[in-house]
Design a protein around this ligand. Structure first.
Ligand SMILES: O=C(O)CCC(=O)C(=O)O
Ligand SMILES: [Fe+2]
Length: 364
């Protein structure tokens, strides 16, 4: 059954010029991003040069990666090799798409032929209940890899060629990062890529955050960790809004991810990597806050082949560091993500993937 609010595009709500967002979007007081993120001096935000990282002898860049992974779980990348014209072109085409009239965009609506919700296509994320607080964004969600899993009916022709090209280029970015992460743990370069498999899945998410009349009342995108091994993000070059929950000695706090320099990309560690690495690398919780300006992003989620077992690598498990996650199929995890996301929960918690090691040890 399709929830009655499934068809309400946020862009149309925003265009209505209301003084405040309707109650469906308004967060409970304690969840509101009122306190705002703490801005970090730009220098403190980690940036890694992928070109340098590919040189096994460049210990300095490898150390930067390690520190970014340990303290943030996400980092900006330069030297990524994606042509600047392609990055500009796909952002322009994304803006052009979201600026089209609703009826044109709805040709790619996220519905089955029977009118039921399905994740691929254009619209809002899945609405399950009246209680669910809705995010202030519309999105176009597409499976891009493996190529034979693409559903062309959801692909706007104006984005298709650019997205195909960007898929190939950004996949190389993800692979280079995964190779460097394997090396960071002292493994061969293919350590993680072999676990992902040759036919790993990639989903693309184009998100449009309309201007919001009361940004302090809503989330652009609720707090979550990504359903991915790694995620590669192309962010709006003008407007910020992404925040990460950063742990430090004083506890945890929301920190602004700065607007990146033009043509930089962002890499975020996802849940599947946290599981595979037995938490050597942790997936950061992040969210998006809105403003009175529109904002866009294009996000690529790299996932393992669906039939693969997802579990802590045996090389990273021993008596001092027992397995922290139980084994499950990559597909089970991926499917569970959507159920968890609608509830605002982490998939790891929703599917009870974490192992309570105190029990495991005492019952052994
Ligand atoms: O729009 C952004 O900055 C981030 C989006 C995001 O976190 C996601 O799509 O998973
Ligand atoms: Fe995300």
């Amino acid at each position: 059954m399709l929830h009655q609010d499934q068809g309400q595009l946020v862009q149309e709500v925003a265009a209505g010029g209301l003084p405040a967002p309707p109650s469906r979007y308004v967060l409970k007081e304690e969840a509101r991003p009122t306190a705002g993120g703490v801005a970090v001096p730009e220098l403190a935000f980690p940036t890694v040069d992928l070109q340098r990282l590919a040189e096994p002898g460049d210990v300095e860049e490898a150390a930067k990666l390690r520190s970014a992974l340990d303290s943030w779980g996400l980092f900006a990348v330069t030297g990524h090799g994606v042509p600047e014209e392609l990055l500009d072109g796909i952002l322009d085409a994304t803006r052009e798409f979201f600026h089209r009239p609703a009826e044109e965009k709805l040709e790619y609506a996220n519905r089955t032929d029977d009118g039921e919700f399905q994740p691929e296509g254009y619209g809002i994320d899945r609405v399950d209940t009246d209680e669910q607080v809705l995010d202030w964004c519309d999105r176009l969600y597409l499976t891009v890899q493996p190529e034979d899993k693409r559903q062309p009916r959801f692909w706007p022709p104006s984005l298709a060629t650019l997205l195909h090209e960007y898929t190939l280029r950004s996949e190389r970015v993800a692979k280079r990062v995964l190779r460097a992460m394997a090396r960071a743990l002292g493994f061969g370069e293919e350590f993680f890529l072999d676990k992902v498999g040759e036919r790993g899945g990639t989903d693309a998410r184009f998100t449009y955050y309309p201007p919001c009349p009361r940004p302090e009342l809503v989330y652009g995108l609720k707090p979550h960790t990504d359903n991915s091994v790694v995620t590669v993000l192309l962010l709006d070059p003008d407007v910020g809004g992404l925040q990460v929950l950063k742990q430090d000695d004083d506890g945890e706090r929301w920190v602004d991810v700065p607007v990146l320099r033009r043509h930089e990309l962002l890499v975020v560690i996802g849940d599947e990597m946290e599981i595979m690495s037995n938490a050597a690398f942790r997936a950061p919780t992040h969210r998006v806050v809105t403003s009175n300006r529109e904002r866009m992003s294009l996000v690529m989620f790299y996932q393992p082949e669906p039939h693969r077992d997802l579990q802590p690598a045996e090389e990273l498990v021993d008596e001092t560091r027992p397995a922290m996650y139980r084994k499950l199929k990559a597909k089970t995890f991926g499917d569970g993500f959507w159920d968890a996301f609608a509830l605002g929960e982490r998939t790891l918690d929703f599917l009870k993937v974490k192992i309570d090691n105190k029990d495991a040890v005492s019952s052994a």
